[in-house]
Ligand binder design. Structure first.
Ligand SMILES: [Zn+2]
Length: 102
């Protein structure tokens, strides 16, 4: 197995996994339980990781994920609660977990 992606949120991870599975690439998400405890564990340890089952699909998976990232908005959002900057595709603030403005 090879790790191909570290997602900012579980939602992001799920989108990536769905996109990969539509290409026939079997993946698993690790750290899912830790992501549920966000706020109680250090942020970097809580990020969901995407691993491909089949090592020979690592390159295909990385290319597919790169395409996916480019399709996402790159603007930043500023959290109204704590003022932290977040990537434009985040739904909630990585720092404080509050919902971000649209
Ligand atoms: Zn915040």
């Amino acid at each position: 197995m090879k790790r191909v992606h570290i997602a900012p949120t579980l939602l992001d991870a799920q989108l990536a996994v769905d996109a990969l599975s539509s290409l026939g690439i079997v993946t698993h998400i690790f750290n899912v339980n830790a992501a549920g405890a966000l706020g109680e564990v250090p942020f970097m340890q809580a990020q969901p990781e995407i691993w491909v089952d089949n090592d020979t699909q690592e390159i295909s998976a990385r290319e597919a994920l790169a395409g996916l990232r480019n399709a996402l908005p790159r603007d930043e959002k500023k959290c109204l609660h704590c003022g932290e900057h977040n990537p434009g595709n985040f739904l909630s603030c990585w720092q404080c977990g509050r919902a971000l403005p649209d």
